[in-house]
Design a protein around this ligand. Structure first.
Ligand SMILES: [Zn+2]
Length: 353
């Protein structure tokens, strides 16, 4: 597919019958890192993990289809900075149900319920319930169905319904259209609208983790989430997901959570090795991007955050890591493509030629 990386509006000319010529805005795909915070810590107001992917034409700011992948802390505020109202989101997709990826959903949906109870609903796409060998179940569906539970228990819902009976009686969950899928190693289509197709694979991190690919006429993007290798600890070839690598073949952009090798068992940070090993390192993500032929690697969910001397309770180093520290770790893989690393609201736009 031909496209160009652009932040400048452009237009293609379309010849119509009768000799008339009309400017027709080109299809575009925009990818925005709505939050680059890695894991539950807070640091300098960074938002929690999330990626906005929108597709449309340049005359409507690529906004025919608006998709949000993960909704970490502060997602609604970040979307407001981009001029995306809560009611404009077409679908939300979840890599997994860890709070750093999901805690922004109640906020987003409560706002939508407050002012937009008449609809439309939001598709919420994620994995089926998965029960682990230890006996607990990870349930995206249960999360979605219960986002208003605390507000119902507190009486707020009853009070707000009393003042406006047109609101949906079950609270914000009533505005979710929950669509779950059984995770598979091979890509499967999980959502479609017009020219936009979203496919998914099962990937390892915690039970029910999924990674996604969005294909559009303007380009394609893979959102890896927190995916790691199916082999949970060394010895293994690398820390990245083989399923994500296959999904990313020929993609224009990969957005992926990253951990810097300094957090590994040799780095003296004290960061728990099992938590380190279930993420993908910067160097190994460079290797994945190189093998998959990806043009742009966008690093998000930074562990540790840029400039942070600590990741939660774990010491990084005085002054923290710089963008060059992350990019240098990627380059050790030999990857020569574009590497993009935060901050929040970093964006890439592809325009069809
Ligand atoms: Zn995470």
């Amino acid at each position: 597919m031909l496209n160009r990386l652009s932040k400048i509006a452009g237009a293609a000319a379309l010849c119509l019958g009768g000799g008339a010529t009309m400017a027709l805005a080109a299809p575009c795909l925009e990818v925005v890192l709505t939050g680059v915070q890695g894991g539950p810590p807070v640091f300098m107001g960074q938002a929690g993990a999330g990626t906005l992917v929108r597709y449309g034409s340049e005359d409507n700011n690529c906004s025919d289809v608006v998709l949000q992948f993960d909704t970490g802390r502060g997602t609604t505020q970040q979307l407001s900075k981009l001029g995306v109202p809560a009611g404009k989101v077409s679908a939300v997709f979840f890599s997994h149900i860890h709070s750093d990826h999901s805690e922004g959903l109640p906020d987003l949906m409560q706002l939508r319920w407050h002012f937009g109870s008449a609809g439309p609903k939001v598709d919420m796409v994620c994995s089926d319930d998965v029960t682990t060998p230890k006996g607990y179940t990870m349930s995206c569906r249960a999360f979605g169905e219960n986002i208003g539970a605390a507000l119902i228990a507190s009486g707020e819902m009853a009070q707000r319904l009393a003042e406006n009976p047109k609101r949906l009686p079950g609270g914000p969950s009533d505005l979710l259209n929950i669509m779950t899928f059984s995770g598979t190693d091979a890509p499967q289509t999980v959502w479609e609208k017009g020219d936009v197709t979203v496919s998914a694979v099962k990937s390892r991190h915690v039970a029910g983790h999924a990674s996604y690919r969005v294909d559009t006429p303007a380009g394609s993007v893979v959102i890896g989430g927190d995916a790691g290798n199916d082999t949970p600890a060394p010895p293994r070839d690398n820390s990245t997901s083989a399923q994500v690598e296959a999904l990313a073949q020929g993609a224009d952009i990969v957005v992926h959570s990253v951990i810097h090798p300094i957090m590994g068992p040799d780095g003296m940070s004290g960061f728990p090795p099992p938590i380190y090993f279930r993420q993908s390192t910067a160097t190994d993500l460079g290797g994945l991007a190189m093998r998959a032929g990806v043009k742009h690697l966008m690093l998000t969910h930074h562990i540790p955050p840029l400039g942070a001397a600590k990741q939660g309770p774990y010491t990084v180093k005085e002054g923290g890591l710089t963008a060059d520290d992350y990019i240098g770790a990627v380059r050790e893989s030999g990857y020569e493509g574009d590497v993009v690393i935060g901050p929040d609201l970093t964006r890439l736009k592809l325009v069809a030629q």
